[in-house]
Design a binder for this molecule. Structure first.
Ligand code: G1P
Length: 292
């Protein structure tokens, strides 16, 4: 049996970068092609063998519960009309895993958000996904991290990718002991200034975490932005001598929490779909500026 059977998905951010679309709709429910942003993370976890997903939600995220729960109005109509194909499409999200929902009542940081899921994780390792990060590619990023976690006997594995100097202050940045992939870490820091950063490898919103992370979360003091930062809890694991690795994953990552990233993710996800690809490519070609 796989060692990592559960995942935590955080959906408790305010989505201010996508206002006004996120004034009444959770940013995780904005569509990329024909599914909400959060469904990409759920599908990635399910493809990695995850069976149970704990979602940490802000208090007003009823639409996310409904999306991964049963009994919608559309389902009732589809059943009444005997439209089995439509029923299948409506119930597809709830069949991806077993879902549990917990609330983070105040936005006190990623460390605090993960703590809300603790009681449902039964002391076992778990995958953690930030749904804003959409990662496309043949091998699910979460599956790559689980492979590293098992192969290295790690206490934590973190997905990283190279970021530009200008982007460094937006990311957790890792400090690898040596080049190579995966790389054991001697440190990790949340959103440093580019001048003092230990590397240019930024943390992407995918992790596999062993249960010792909660010993460190309990000790957290407010960090960057005055919040209880998961990055600081991982730094605590490293300081305690535990083996923590960064994994440069294969895949294309988009920050769907920002307008430009959401548009790029939508175009990329649509081009991956056979039935959309030809027409979309033809349309994009008409938008290309002509050479002088
Ligand atoms: C969070 C993490 C940060 C990570 C980033 C990836 O920051 O705190 O370490 O690099 O996600 O998306 P946020 O984007 O929530 O500010």
């Amino acid at each position: 049996m796989a060692s990592v059977r559960r995942a935590v998905i955080l959906a408790a951010g305010l989505g201010t970068r996508m206002l006004p679309a996120t004034k009444s709709v959770a940013k995780e429910m904005l569509p990329i092609v024909d599914r909400p942003i959060i469904q990409y993370a759920v599908e990635e976890a399910a493809a990695a063998g995850i069976e149970e997903i704990v979602m940490v939600l802000a208090p007003d995220r009823g639409a996310i519960r409904e999306h991964f729960g049963g009994g919608s109005h559309t389902e009732a109509i589809a059943r009444a009309r005997g439209n089995a194909a439509l029923v299948e499409r409506v119930v597809a999200p709830e069949r991806l895993a077993k879902f549990t929902f917990v609330e983070q009542r105040e936005p006190l940081g990623t460390g605090h958000a993960v703590q809300q899921a603790r009681a449902h994780l039964k002391g076992e390792p778990f995958a953690l996904l930030f749904p804003d990060d959409i990662i496309l590619g043949a091998a699910p990023c979460t599956a790559q991290l689980v492979g590293t976690y098992e192969g290295c006997g790690a206490a934590a594995v973190i997905a990283v990718q190279q970021v530009s100097a200008a982007q460094i202050p937006q990311y957790g940045i890792v400090d690898p002991e040596a080049p190579g992939n995966p790389a054991r870490l001697r440190g990790i820091v949340e959103k440093p200034a580019a001048s003092g950063a230990p590397s240019d490898l930024g943390v992407v919103g995918r992790y596999v975490l062993g249960p010792s992370i909660f010993d460190q979360i309990e000790k957290l003091e407010p960090g960057a932005g005055g919040e209880l930062q998961l990055t600081d809890a991982i730094a605590g694991q490293i300081a305690a001598g535990e083996p923590v690795y960064a994994c440069r994953f294969e895949g294309r990552r988009y920050d769907a929490g920002r307008p430009a990233g959401a548009i790029a993710a939508a175009v990329a996800a649509a081009l991956d779909r056979e039935e959309l690809r030809t027409d979309l490519l033809a349309h994009l070609t008409t938008l290309m500026p002509r050479e002088q």
